[in-house]
Design a protein around this ligand. Structure first.
Ligand SMILES: [Zn+2]
Length: 640
């Protein structure tokens, strides 16, 4: 019921803190104008982040075709920030700002696959130290605990993705599953106050549904329409959360937002992560109280520009905690009186061009209705007259632009710091690539790096490939064009190799695997593709030599070890196979094909007990409905 959702427009005035269990310090804003709307501090806090959700695709933000009743109701009941911006159009980077209140240079995770600095405290650390239960419920791999956001979530960081029928971990999971877990966790908290972070991945590409090229297939729908479908699915999970919180006998502060937007061709971009235009930086931000709190008028709209770094300071003030050490500022005063908008300079960046392609990073500053972007060809936009950022006014405002670029340089240099914390292992890199984030290329020296704007056509074609939206012939055609234009793009050469391999055409695939290897892609993957083709042609010795080279590129890659073991058994070397397969399974015990081959290798040598042990272990590890179970059972029966 909407009526039960009330806004937390301002923080508590001192008199009302009597009703709260353990207020920390007297908030310094008791004189803020406007009526105190909610006469108490909330018991709980929930941040819900909907990945890749553009603000302008939410009904409350004006999208007439939206099916977002839950977010719209939250906005009607609470405060909606019309101009909220991410600090980077990238999942990990942006979420790290949301949860620490720091710009990316302050938390260190400048791109997916890097690590949040261990010295930075998240909101979870702070609220856990105040005695609140803290739990996180994650929808996709870029926020896996290895990337550094799990610290502080003392009561659970749920980031285990389901496995496919080959035993490989998937990279995302349905919001329904995430919300099931979160709601079960909330229900088990009893009366202890909690902080939950819930991450829904639905709107991220690929978008579910028929994507037949040109929309010719029965039921084929455009990417944009299927994106709206995914947003609607995420909104249904938000509704389940609101229903659960309303049924409680306490009050929960809900912050609903996104980590970045999505581009459907604006500025020549597909997807997100490259540019820092508002297409991918503008996000919804809605703050509301849900549950037992009473009274108050909702539906406030704040026009002042705000950033995701403001969320942590705002939550601090609403909980009557002392201000945190953060780059952002509390929005409580402007929530109470939208006319009190403070003068702000909001920073955002993208280091994906540098890290993925060796192109220049992009850094931006939004101040006084203008936005400057530091790049080889810098840009300046008048956001009031030109919200679409289509006209670069740099030429006629050179002094202004120079001053802003100097401010940007002070906030963040164009280089990454040396020893930036990277949490990249082979598996992590492969899983991030599968979600559309590209490979690490050696960066050329600053000054020689291309401006991403000058590569936008190439970038858009690459993004169309990495989005996962293209398949079959369309995918091979797109990749063929890319490697024709950019033959040194090792990642795309490798992808084209795998696209041909998937089509069963090894003669077409092998030159592209070799090109990726020659371009020194720092990955075992092109070797794995090449070895698969060599093995399929009956050239086991050549394939094993290729895998040997892969082991020097990526020592300890379990898939390389497993494939070497499979090849050794295929050429009737079971003892050598066992050595390789044992090594693979010691690193990755859920490589089911490796364990099946290991059982067969033991059987080949007459090690019936060892074979039975491995087959039994495999049955224990395989999902209950896995199609391979029958074959494993036959092997087990044969060696018993
Ligand atoms: Zn994201």
């Amino acid at each position: 019921m909407l009526a039960a959702i009330v806004v937390l427009g301002v923080a508590c005035v001192p008199a009302c803190r009597d009703t709260t269990p353990a207020p920390a310090t007297v908030p310094g804003h008791a004189e803020a104008p406007g009526p105190p709307i909610t006469p108490r501090v909330p018991d709980n806090v929930v941040i819900i982040s909907i990945d890749t959700l553009r603000a302008d695709r939410v009904g409350a933000y004006g999208w007439t075709r939206a099916r977002t009743p839950a977010l719209d109701a939250l906005a009607r009941a609470g405060t909606r920030f019309e101009r909220a911006y991410a600090t980077a159009p990238i999942t990990l980077t942006s979420h790290a700002s949301l949860l620490t209140g720091r710009y990316p240079p302050g938390h260190g995770a400048r791109h997916n696959g890097m690590r949040v600095s261990g010295e930075v405290r998240t909101l979870a650390h702070i609220l856990a130290a105040r005695g609140m239960a803290t739990g996180a419920f994650i929808g996709a791999f870029p926020l896996d605990r290895r990337f550094g956001l799990a610290g502080g979530f003392a009561d659970g960081y749920s980031d285990t993705m389901p496995r496919d029928d080959r035993g490989r971990a998937r990279n995302e999971r349905p919001g329904r599953v995430v919300m099931d877990e979160a709601l079960a966790w909330l229900a088990a908290r009893g009366t202890r106050p909690f902080f939950a972070w819930i991450h829904l991945f639905e709107p991220h590409a690929p978008y579910e549904g028929d994507s037949s090229p040109g929309g010719v297939g029965a039921g084929a729908r455009s990417a944009s329409d299927r994106y709206d479908d995914e947003v609607a699915r995420a909104d249904r999970e938000v509704q389940r959360l609101i229903d659960a919180l309303q049924a409680r006998n306490d009050t929960t502060l809900v912050v609903a937002t996104a980590d970045h937007g999505e581009s459907f061709g604006e500025h020549g971009e597909i997807g997100h992560s490259l540019f820092v235009y508002d297409t991918t930086l503008r996000v919804p931000l809605i703050v509301a109280a849900v549950g037992r709190a009473s009274g108050g008028a909702g539906g406030r709209i704040v026009q002042a520009p705000v950033s995701l770094v403001d969320v942590v300071p705002t939550i601090h003030e609403l909980l009557a905690l002392p201000p945190p050490d953060a780059d952002g500022t509390s929005l409580v005063a402007v929530m109470a009186d939208p006319a009190r908008a403070p003068a702000r300079a909001l920073y955002a960046e993208s280091f994906a061009p540098l890290i993925d392609f060796g192109w220049s990073a992009l850094r931006s500053l939004r101040v006084d209705g203008q936005k400057a972007i530091a790049a080889p060809t810098p840009e300046l936009f008048d956001l009031a007259a030109d919200p679409g950022e289509s006209t670069n006014i740099a030429a006629t405002n050179a002094a202004r632009l120079q001053a802003l670029v100097q401010r940007i340089e002070r906030l963040s240099p164009a280089e990454l710091p040396r020893n930036a914390p990277v949490a990249q292992d082979a598996e992590a890199r492969a899983r991030l690539q599968a979600l559309g984030y590209v490979a690490t290329a050696p960066a050329p020296a600053q000054g020689t790096r291309p401006d991403p704007k000058d590569r936008r056509d190439l970038a858009a074609r690459i993004a169309a490939v990495t989005s996962g939206e293209l398949t079959g012939v369309a995918l091979r055609d797109a990749l063929t064009r890319i490697v024709h234009e950019d033959p040194r793009n090792a990642q795309m050469q490798m992808r084209l190799g795998f696209a041909w391999l998937e089509a069963g055409d090894c003669p077409a695939a092998m030159p592209h695997f070799r090109a990726a290897i020659d371009a020194q892609l720092p990955s075992a993957d092109p070797y794995l593709g090449l070895a698969e083709c060599e093995g399929a042609a009956g050239r086991a010795a050549a394939a094993l030599a290729t895998l040997g080279r892969a082991m020097t590129v990526e020592p300890g890659n379990p898939v390389v070890l497993a494939n070497a073991g499979i090849l050794e058994l295929a050429r009737n070397e079971p003892a050598r196979a066992i050595t390789r397969l044992d090594a693979a399974l010691a690193i990755a015990p859920d490589l089911h094909v490796a364990r099946f081959t290991l059982a067969r290798a033991h059987g080949r040598l007459g090690h019936r007990a060892d074979a039975a042990r491995e087959a039994t272990e495999l049955l224990r590890r395989l999902p209950r409905d896995a199609p391979q179970r029958a074959e494993v059972q036959r092997l087990l029966d044969a060696v018993r």
